[in-house]
Design a protein around this ligand. Structure first.
Ligand code: PLP
Length: 336
């Protein structure tokens, strides 16, 4: 199957399988897993932080970040479209007693600085305590400009807020701008990075921060059942995600641009090419067109797409230029 549903579907590479088979391991809850320790040390170094923590998922990394920055009765500011508001089961509220204060995401994915400033609550018993600003980059495949990150950081600092980045796809943002991941992460007090999306690791994310923050996060991780024992098996693949898969993302971005241009030529779709900045293409289907039938016919041809009035197509290492050409040919024959 050619699977456009997400970059989470990528299988580990051959090199990852070999590294996993040969990984030196120990009990990571005791701090004894050399492969996990090496991954955490390498991540902290590369991404410009004092400490790092290997987590079971991006959702867990974000939850640990929220629970480590905020206490019961605190709140975090984030986008209405933020993954850690909309797509993580309300974990911050359920498990952290932390209130989200969502703000409108602009078309480019950013939050207006004026909206952020206006949402910061005064010190008053009526209000939750505003503690944290949480941004996402990339968001819906779009890149937040570096100058925006600097302004957001300054605003957070001015108001005594911490600033977190959900950087699930921060590697895509860095590669697309031809800068280092640390050029982006430098603006944040904490960052979560998914290694199991475009970077091809089978499982796992990295959470970055200062020693006290990571100490708190490690405690929450254990409480949430995230102490993973011989996790070096997973960390071995995660290391290769960071050292061998980052630059390759450029191919996914080229493929996304190619796919977007091809789809834009078909009457049934509307594609805003300016929003295709990394590995995602959003194609709005013309009203009254039977999307369900199209998705079913595509499946019969070996192509998986999530059914929606706007199709989200995600490029990754298991989709080649040839696969895209086959997809376009198949679409044309279905649309005939
Ligand atoms: C996928 C994703 C996550 C969560 O990662 P999981 O490993 O799927 O839990 C968090 N934030 C963003 C922006 C994501 O795309």
């Amino acid at each position: 199957m050619i699977d456009f549903r997400s970059d989470t579907v990528t299988a580990p590479t051959k090199a990852m399988r070999a590294a996993m088979a040969n990984a030196e391991v120990g009990d990571d809850v005791y701090g004894d897993d050399p492969t996990v320790n090496a991954l955490e040390a390498m991540s902290a170094e590369r991404f410009g932080f004092d400490n790092a923590l290997f987590t079971s998922s991006g959702t867990q990394a974000n939850l640990l970040a929220l629970m480590s920055h905020c206490e019961r009765g605190d709140e975090y500011l984030c986008g209405q479209q933020a993954h850690n508001y909309k797509f993580e089961g309300g974990g911050a509220a359920v498990l952290g007693s932390i209130q989200p204060q969502p703000l409108i995401n602009q078309a480019d994915g950013s939050l207006l600085l004026a909206d952020i400033a206006a949402a910061i609550k005064p010190d008053d018993v009526h209000f939750a305590r505003t503690r944290l600003l949480s941004l996402e980059n990339t968001i819906g495949g779009k890149i937040l400009p570096q100058s925006y990150l600097a302004s957001a950081q300054a605003l957070a600092f001015e108001h005594g807020l911490k600033i977190h980045l959900d950087g699930a796809r921060v590697a895509n943002a860095a590669v697309a701008q031809n800068i280092e991941i640390s050029d982006i992460t430098q603006y944040f007090d904490s960052v979560s990075i998914c290694l199991s999306k475009g970077l091809c690791a089978p499982v796992g994310s990295i959470l970055l921060g200062d020693p006290l923050f990571i100490k708190k996060a490690r405690r929450w991780r254990k409480m949430l059942g995230g102490g993973m024992r011989q996790a070096g098996i997973l960390a071995a693949a995660a290391q290769l995600a960071i050292t061998e898969q980052v630059e390759r993302l450029a191919e996914d971005h080229d493929n996304a641009a190619y796919l977007a241009r091809e789809l834009a030529q078909l009457d049934v779709f509307e594609v805003d090419l300016s929003l295709v900045q990394t590995n995602m293409v959003f194609a709005k289907v013309r009203e009254n067109y039977d999307v369900k039938a199209m998705v079913n016919q595509l499946r019969e041809k070996g192509i998986l797409v999530t059914e929606n009035t706007t199709l989200r197509l995600v490029l990754h290492s298991d989709i080649s230029r040839k696969d895209i050409q086959y997809f376009i040919t198949s679409l044309k024959s279905i649309l005939k």
